[in-house]
Design a protein around this ligand. Sequence first.
Ligand code: BG6
Length: 481
Amino acid sequence: MTDPTTTHRPFPADFLWGGATAANQIEGAHDVGGKGVSIQDVLPRGLAGPRTQHPTPDNLKLEAVDFYHRYAEDIALFAEMGFSVFRFSIAWSRIFPHGDDELPSEEGLAFYDRVLDELDKHGIEPLVTISHYETPLALAEKYNGWVSRELIGFYERYVRVLFDRYGHRVKYWLTFNEINSVLHAPFMSGGIATPKEELPRRDLFQAVHHELVASALATKIAHETVPGIQVGCMVIAMPLYPLTPDPADALAVMHADHANLMFGDVHVRGAYPGYALRHLRENGIELDITDEDRELLTHTVDFVSFSYYMSLCETADPERRKAGEGNIMGGVPNPTLQASEWGWQIDPTGLRIVLNQFWDRWQKPLFIVENGLGAKDELVVVDGRPTVRDDYRVAYLNDHLVQVGEAIADGVHVLGYTTWGCIDLVSASTAQLSKRYGFIYVDRDDDGEGTLARYRKQSFHWYTDVIRSQGATLERGDGSS
Ligand code: BG6
């Protein structure tokens, strides 16, 4: 039985409300302060295009939205909305320009000191992603990224520096952004230089293993270094529904789910699940897994975080599967759902489902660290001020937050919610600026033109009210709020 009071006001007083970003998508200043080249600097089209030899001027990420120089102004705007948490990533190549350097860059470290000072000033809790799709390029070129075991050592050196320097001021850490995406985007996610089509499955799974070990090692080091620190894994959550009631479709869902859930299972349970071992065995994939690796994997995470944008269907029917070709995560479109301008199917209920699924499976606190709508915005002038009437974004976020409330009322332990791209930023998959997620509009277009001025959108004021009221202003489908 559900207590109606709980259903309507489910968000606990210590619920963390905020927004999320990644260094390569907001900072710019790609060659400032001794920063090295990252894999993002050679992906001017994001996942949509091939990589270049060197950073090229048409890569919007090189300047992005210039958070590097404007962080104080941006954080003040987040504070104005009432954020209690801000998720950002540290650019690995600002700290270790080549990844394998002996010593960290003091200039790079000092930049994040300044960002943390500013958050501290406004009482905003930092949530830091250690590696968000921005491996130093040299690690991709010299070592083939995470295929090489040596990456564990370089990552260890990096995280030790971060925990020593910031561990006393940052409570929440994420080891790898969307760690399960390496199966689908090996270069962007795992810094693996071998083209995806030529990459042997064994190398791919060895890279997965190295990342899992590195993640567990980071958790171990954090726990040893700073009492009370909280380390989470971060995965793409994408509920899959059987396309038809045919049990073969349900089984296809189970297999596809396993490919994603395996990452959380290892992080939470501290060992590979049986279905993963079977997959490796039956595909003739023999991994190099040492006893030391097995011991490290037992250092499990404190919480599970995830991104949620959409759901998909699965089917065992090869003909129907063709409809899904081109989706990064596989799957086929759901005929009952509408999609965004970029074809991402909108499914608020899926968020409640995934929260329940993860909680039932792992019994670990959950953190929704990405959710949002990428859309084209039009700047208009209202009462003499530039703004965006983004009621479509408000509707998307409102409906998803209502489902978060439902999941909390279901008994799921949710730590907080950070919308993706709380300030407009460069898209990861398409490298466009016109795919906007923010509450704050940034004046820059896909040709790199614009003043970089910031403007509050309609959603800025909406989110301010949601946070101030602890979710009481959310509109439920039944007309109540
Ligand atoms: C997640 C990534 O996959 O989705 C972010 O963690 C990314 O880096 C976000 O920006 C939205 O995707 P896109 O392609 O619209 O930027």
